[in-house]
Design a protein around this ligand. Structure first.
Ligand code: SF4
Length: 394
């Protein structure tokens, strides 16, 4: 059963229902199942939240719906516009919890980066979201609500139904596979023609490597897969992505190979690799990466680190980034360098912070570490980078 929104009333929020669930809902009201299709178009295509505006629905049914159902997106606290066209929404989920959603236009493509949890329990050492601790999973209507808000801000799709949002990445705040049921259900709505009609190759789930859930995912839904890799050996990945201690690279790579084997078309896994100066950007790391991925059909997305206060990491210079890319390309990997977008509104990758009523105490520990580091540096002491990161609490 899907988790429901924390702030919902007793009414059913139609944003969170798949086509099947919507049809069942109308049947339970004694209505024809096709009514579900009409309503989904009003909700997801036209962004309507008032049943009275649904002109092809009879007055009686509109009244009945208003009594038992609602179309309620999460409250938007702020909408930021970047100079480069990137937009960011700060979404208020109540009780002091906020998540962020980012839209990145690129020619005819528009990618929406969607959050799945308030904070994150996994505490990757270079990630500002992880430093905020963890509060809770998002419900289906809160995940779809981010899409609904963004779609509405562009107005109903013009030009014969061409939508502004062509691509979606489950890559915002949180580890999507740790909110499995709600994320899978939300992605069904994203793929549905009566939902957001996003093609499977344009809908990407990004995981830090929750290996058992990766296998479950393949059996439930066909979407593109990205892995937050960030290190080419277990010793370094244990430090940067602590879940690696539980599911090391051998298990992660096996899960990636299975993904490629399971689907009959030409699949590749996108390997996300945040480059941090002097940490994981050396020539030997590129060599190890080539060896690690040699039998995993993949493309590599290099992401120059986006600094945040007291992270302890730095972005490598352009020459180092290019040299790393060149080594991977020479080995035959399609390797891109992600252009930083939305820098001026803190919407770049790894900069999403929202607001988390942390129940892991990690945010407080992180603040204490920062204070300790500041005090020590005043005394002229140097603290190595790995001592600055806070480790997973749960
Ligand atoms: S990188 Fe992803 S999995 Fe790791 S702490 Fe940040 S949000 Fe969580």
């Amino acid at each position: 059963m899907n988790q429901v929104s924390q702030k919902s009333t007793n009414k059913i929020n139609l944003l969170g229902l798949t086509r099947q669930q919507m049809e069942d809902f109308f049947e339970s009201l004694g209505e024809k199942r096709f009514r579900a299709h009409q309503i989904m178009k009003w909700v997801h295509f036209f962004g309507v939240d008032d049943f009275e505006a649904m002109t092809n629905i009879g007055k009686g049914l509109r009244g009945k719906l208003a009594e038992v159902a609602e179309i309620k997106g999460p409250a938007v606290e702020l909408e930021h516009f970047s100079n480069d066209g990137t937009r960011k929404w700060v979404v208020d989920l109540g009780q002091g919890n906020k998540v962020e959603t980012v839209f990145i236009p690129d020619g005819k493509r528009g990618t929406l980066c969607v959050s799945s949890q308030v904070g994150c329990a996994l505490d990757c050492s270079f990630c500002s979201t992880g430093k905020q601790g963890f509060q809770r999973d998002l419900s289906v209507d809160e995940i779809i609500g981010q899409l609904w808000i963004a779609q509405r801000s562009f107005g109903a799709p013009e030009n014969h139904g061409i939508r502004n949002i062509t691509n979606i990445v489950m890559m915002g705040m949180g580890e999507p596979l740790l909110n499995f049921e709600n994320v899978v259900t939300a992605m069904e709505i994203m793929k549905d023609d009566l939902g957001y009609g996003v093609a499977k190759k344009r809908l990407t789930l990004s995981t830090s490597g929750v290996v058992p859930k990766m296998y479950e995912l393949y059996d439930r839904i066909d979407v593109a897969l990205a892995v937050s890799l960030h290190a080419p050996n277990d010793e370094l990945r244990d430090q940067l992505v602590p879940i690696n201690k539980k599911y090391p690279l051998s298990a992660l790579m096996a899960a990636c190979r299975r993904y490629v084997d399971q689907f009959p078309d030409t699949r590749r896994v996108t390997m996300e690799y945040v480059l941090m100066d002097g940490v994981n950007d050396k020539y030997e790391h590129a060599e190890q990466l080539v060896a690690l991925l040699q039998d995993v059909p993949s493309k590599i997305n290099l992401i120059p680190f986006n600094p945040f206060p007291s992270s302890g990491y730095k972005r490598p210079n352009g020459m180092r980034i290019k040299a790393f890319q060149d080594r991977l390309i020479k080995a035959g990997f399609v390797t891109t360098i992600r252009t930083t977008r939305g820098d001026d509104i803190d919407a770049a990758c790894g900069q999403l912070v929202g607001q988390v009523q942390d129940r892991t105490r990690r945010a407080a520990q992180w603040q204490a570490k920062i204070a300790e580091k500041a005090a020590n540096s005043q005394k002229g002491k140097q603290i190595p980078v790995q001592q600055v990161s806070v480790h997973k609490q749960s």
